[in-house]
Design a protein around this ligand. Structure first.
Ligand SMILES: *Cc1c(COP(=O)(O)O)cnc(C)c1O
Length: 230
């Protein structure tokens, strides 16, 4: 069994990298610039180590508690790990998230922005930030509304927050392209260059719309055993 999943993951990772390269070529994106974030939420540690042993260093987690239980040990064992927080961030977890993560993709409300700015002073450092945009205007989903994004980004930059780009999770039953195009448009209006968009099922499409960071979980690790929070 063990040998089999190692082989599966190895092949999957190789295949994803090949498809990223091909998409960059097909859509005239700068070659080798798309960041592959391996989303390791709820994956067993041996699977994560398999990916680490392949030399991959960029990972994503969506729950702080889970990230905290796994990544400090991996960071001791492997050099140059880059950890991205891609799930909703509660106020009481913000400090831990900022200590642990290199990047947070889910800056989604003014109160959180103020909290992050205060903690950045306190900690003397701040992860790279993405503003999450609720492109589908879905009531149950976090994120700033499209029409409010430009002002929110301005406010964040005024607080000296290192906002690098925008992030979105398209609605499940809609054509993702519309949302990728919208996010791209908003990012241009904001003067931001990074776009965190695209998952296992649509990362090539996201690259065609200029994704700089894609978040791929199940296509690398296999299906998640527990269902994800979001
Ligand atoms: C789980 C998750 C992903 C990865 O999803 P897959 O379909 O398994 O690739 C990407 N982004 C976010 C925000 C997630 O929570």
């Amino acid at each position: 069994m063990a040998a089999l999943f190692i082989f599966d993951i190895l092949m999957a990772l190789k295949d994803i990298k090949k498809r990223i390269h091909q998409a960059e070529v097909n859509f005239s994106r700068p070659i080798g610039t798309t960041k592959l974030i391996a989303v390791s939420k709820v994956q067993p540690n041996d699977r994560i180590e398999t990916v680490l042993d392949q030399g991959h260093r960029i990972f994503g987690e969506n729950r702080i508690q889970e990230a905290q239980s796994k990544w400090p040990a991996f960071k001791e064992k492997y050099e140059d790990i880059e950890l991205h927080i891609i799930g909703p961030l509660q106020s009481n977890k913000t400090r831990v998230a900022m200590q642990l993560a290199d990047s947070i993709h889910t800056l989604d409300r003014p109160k959180l922005a103020k909290n992050v700015a205060r903690l950045a002073q306190d900690l003397g450092k701040c992860p790279e930030l993405f503003v999450q945009v609720n492109t589908g205007d879905e009531p149950q989903k976090s994120g700033v509304l499209p029409k409010e994004t430009e002002l929110f980004v301005k406010e964040c930059l005024n607080m000296d927050l290192p906002v690098k780009g925008l992030m979105c999770i398209p609605p499940l039953n809609e054509e993702a392209s519309l949302h990728f195009a919208l996010l791209k448009k908003i990012s241009e209006n904001c003067g931001l260059s990074q776009l965190s968009m695209g998952m296992s099922g649509d990362f090539e499409k996201a690259i065609s719309f200029g994704a700089t960071h894609i978040r791929v979980g199940s296509a690398i690790f296999g299906e998640r055993v527990k269902s994800p929070e979001q």
